[in-house]
Design a protein around this ligand. Sequence first.
Ligand code: ADP
Length: 500
Amino acid sequence: MKNNTPKKVLVIDDERDIRDGCERILTRLDLEVLTAQNGQSGLDILSKEDICIVICDIKMPGMDGIEVLAQIQALYPSVIVIMITGFSTVENAIEAMKKGAYDFISKPFTPDQLRIVVKRALETLHLTEEAYLLKIERQRNLADLQTEQSRIRTIIETLPNGVLVTNISGEVVLMNQVSQQYLGKSQEHCLGKNIETCITDKGLCDYIREISACSPASGKEMHSYELILPEQRFILAQGRPVTGEDNECMGAVVTLSDITALKVFDRLKSEFVAKVSHELRSPLSIIHEQLAMVLKEKNGDQPDNNQYILGRAKEKTKTLISLIGDLLDISKIEAGKTKQEAIEVHVDDLIKKIIEFVHSQAQQKDQSILLNVTDKKIPPLIADPVALESIFGNLITNAIKYTPDGGKIWVDIDTLTDKKKTDIRVKIKDNGFGIEEKHLSKIFEKFYRIKDDNTRFINGTGLGLPIVKSLIDSMGGQILVESTAGKGSQFTVLLPAEQR
Ligand code: ADP
């Protein structure tokens, strides 16, 4: 709106002297003056030029000043119109003012009189402009404020945690989507109501009320409250008092976070520690007792017996060492730290070597291991050979352990191809004790061991199959088990072959 170009004034009068006089006087006020000798040509100029003040004679041939004023009022309402009236024609002046003229000046007038009335009009124009600018500014501020508010609202609504705001009397002022979902109540149901209307858990209500009132306890290190929802869902509420500029209490902001996963993790960790401690304690107490017995014998009165007891203690320490080894393996696999350099491995060759290695164990039990590579060419795997040894070593050793003397073990290797990929399939089958249906889903759990008449005296940690499964999972493969108690078991491993 504001610029430095001179404001334009239009003088409409049929008397040339008046037009020229006005032009001369007003040009000196830094105004650009245009002139017209009748109403119509004045209106033509108005339609083309940005005129802000019109000085118009009332008495003119053709269209008179009052008519010109009416047209200006209708078409250019912001233009200021000053009427020039003839000598002592006050009635005309009054009529013009009633019809919306800004002011009037009577003929004959002095330059000063004209200057005064035009300056006043300019002043009014200036004030109108200022008011207009202020209005625009206010509207912009309001628009900014609204945008800011809706932005904050959107952020609060899309937070992954619940947010609940209460005032000092414990009434709900705001609650976002997530908190409505956790508390099972809609915003409409809760807004402006006491917290008790919205939350059924008394403990949580007391917690929020305490913080809303900024009671001394809530000022301490932020404490929290745990809410248990149906289906064992755990929500952690953490609140803070809200204080104003003068530190006056205004209410509370409470965040609600779902900590169910953390709780489950915590429980599993405790169970794991309990199981490990249990597994370590029994062999250690046996070793302790056996050593105590040897010491009681006073320097080996019965050396043979001592030898036997020490032998058993040694056996138990071996179990402990293997348990700790398995535990370390599994914790490494779970921490994702096992990824060795993956290289090209021919599984058939690797399994042949494992069978050679465990051959003596099988021989001691008079068992035979039959390897059968069905496909002529087994594609290589790109994998960590140590992990592969651990998988097949564990499965073949288990087959030996859980098959009675004189039994048989078959290891079949082939490939399984569908449209998308080729898997290498290794089946390890035995005609041993087998596994009852009820145990099948549990044998891949850590420390799960079947203790029945057949297996009671077989040493083990219950960690072999969990290790095998974790390693196969990390390679994108899968393991399946079929078994019939008293007949035998078959473990099938599928590992994706590298596509070439
Ligand atoms: P571990 O052999 O140390 O006990 P595993 O995790 O390797 O632990 O095996 C878990 C359980 O699964 C064993 O205790 C055993 O009862 C059962 N199992 C594993 N392999 C066989 C098999 N080939 N035949 C029968 N039972 C088996």
